[in-house]
Structures are given as structure tokens and as C-alpha cells.
Design a protein around this ligand. Sequence first.
Ligand SMILES: C[S@@+](CC[C@H](N)C(=O)[O-])C[C@H]1O[C@@H](n2cnc3c(N)ncnc32)[C@H](O)[C@@H]1O
Length: 295
Amino acid sequence: MILENSFSGKEILTWRNFQLAKGGNSVDLDWLLDLGGGLSWSDLQILKISQERNYQLNLSLQELSVIWMRFLDQKIPLQYQVGRCPWRDFELEVNPSVLIPRQETEVMIDLALSKVNPCEKGIGRWVDLGTGSGALAIALARSFPKWIGHAVDCSENALTLATKNIEKLVSDSEIYMHLGNWWEPLTTWFGTFDLAIANPPYIPKSNFEKLDSAVREHEPHLALFGGDDGLDCCREIIKGSMNGLSPGGLLIIEHNCDQSERVLSILKKNDFYEIEFANDLEGIRRFALGRYTKK
Ligand SMILES: C[S@@+](CC[C@H](N)C(=O)[O-])C[C@H]1O[C@@H](n2cnc3c(N)ncnc32)[C@H](O)[C@@H]1O
């Protein structure tokens, strides 16, 4: 019996060398072999010493070559082409209507867990503002299993995909999806959110040309740009948090690498307290935190 997409180790290694000679690097190519082909990094190491054996791939080498060429020539991100992206301890479906969830954003969940003890707090309410693929919402639902969740996005396509990911990964959780502008669809629950988390668009408009073309040309601009200084969405979210948060509720917001002082000062001016910054995995100030109690 001839199995479709079955290749010898030798064929796969020859293919790999041939693709690398066209350009790119082995980290990206091995990522494609793993996510697209289903050949993990450890399989690849075994394959190097068992080259005569046959390996079953999810796609043909021809199909993988087409993806690799689109990645090299048109800079179409591999995640969009494969339609999947690993994030924290799960895998999300992604498409060009959502930002590819970044590794640095994963830290927001650890920050939330370090500041709010889900067991101590019992039942609470969180919101993910600008949910995109639903990455933060899914991780929050897993981290705070008894809490009620809300996810907001103004992109209908993003919200559709987030709903799909949520249904697949955290179907038991109580999560309400809202289409609209930041806090606007949430007025019914104002004053009840114990935790608000947001990774808003924060790139200044003027940085457009400086962006990597893979990002500039393929990721949704709605997810990237935050006005002239990049902080338009951040200001709106902070202002809305003053109505949305429960007494002492916590806001965690991601920002660009050079915006920390400005975001902290917006929080200060608006009477947030326990204001602090946090670093991403590279040691760059990337997050601002603060609590708010309405007077
Ligand atoms: C930087 S992306 C973050 C996506 C996801 N939370 C993540 O971390 O991967 C920002 C998201 O905010 C959404 N967005 C932009 N403007 C918005 C608005 N006015 N109201 C609600 N969502 C908005 C975008 O559609 C996008 O999904």
C-alpha cells in the first residue's frame, strides 16, 4: 500500500536543505515542518539518524514548498498559511482577520495570576478588551475557571474566530462575546469587573513604514495602529475602566516598548492606585497595571 505524503528521512532532509538554500532560516522552516507537516523537532532529530525509514507527513513536500516560497517571497506569515498558532499551552486557529498572538503577551496571564488569586476570590468577572483570536480570553478562562468572562472586539471577523477558538478550547466556561467599541457593549455590567485585560493596538501611525513588511502587509491594521502617538486606544480603555471596574478592580494593559512612562502617567492622572509596570520576557517594560475605586 502506498501512503499519501509518506517520505523517507533522506527525502525530507534533502528537501529541507534545498528549501534552506532558497533563503530563510532553519528555525522557521522546522516550525513549518512541525505545524504544517506534523514532524516535530524531536522527530526531526530521530530522522537524521534513521534516514531510510519512512515518515508520514500531514502535507506533501510539494505543498510545504509552496508555503515556504510564499513566506520567503511575499512574506505571508507561516501562521496564517498553516492556519494555526501555538500560544501558552494551547493552539489557536488564526487567519488574517486577527493579530498573530505574540509570545510577550503570554506574560499578561502570569501577571493576572500573581495579582489575583482565583481561589481566594471565588467567583469574579474578567474582560478581555480587543480579544482578536481569543488568546487572552482562553487563557483567562483556564486560569480563573469559576469566573464569568467577557470578550470584546470591534471586528466581526475577529469575534467569529475568537468564538470558534473559545468553543473548541474552553467550551465549559461562561464567556460572553461582544461586538463593539472597547467598554461600550458592557454597560450592563459596569462596576462589576474584577479584572480587565487589554492588548490594544499601540503602534504610532508614523511608524507605518518602519514596520516589518510581514506585519505591515499581512496583519490587520485595526489590530496594530493606535493613532498619532499610539496611545488613543490605551486612553479610551483606561477611561472606560473607571466605570467598568469593580471597587479595587485591576487593569492590566500592554503597550509599546517606549510608552511605559506615558501609560503610567495616564493611570496616575486618573487616580488609579497600586500602579506599576512589568517587563516582558526580554526585560522590556511592556505592561502597566493599576487598580481603581470609584469615589
Ligand atoms: C493588538 S490586537 C490584540 C489581539 C489579542 N488580544 C492578542 O493579544 O493577540 C488588538 C485587537 O483590538 C481590536 N480592536 C481595535 N480597535 C478596537 C475597538 N475600538 N474596540 C474593540 N476592539 C478593538 C482589534 O480588532 C484587535 O483584535
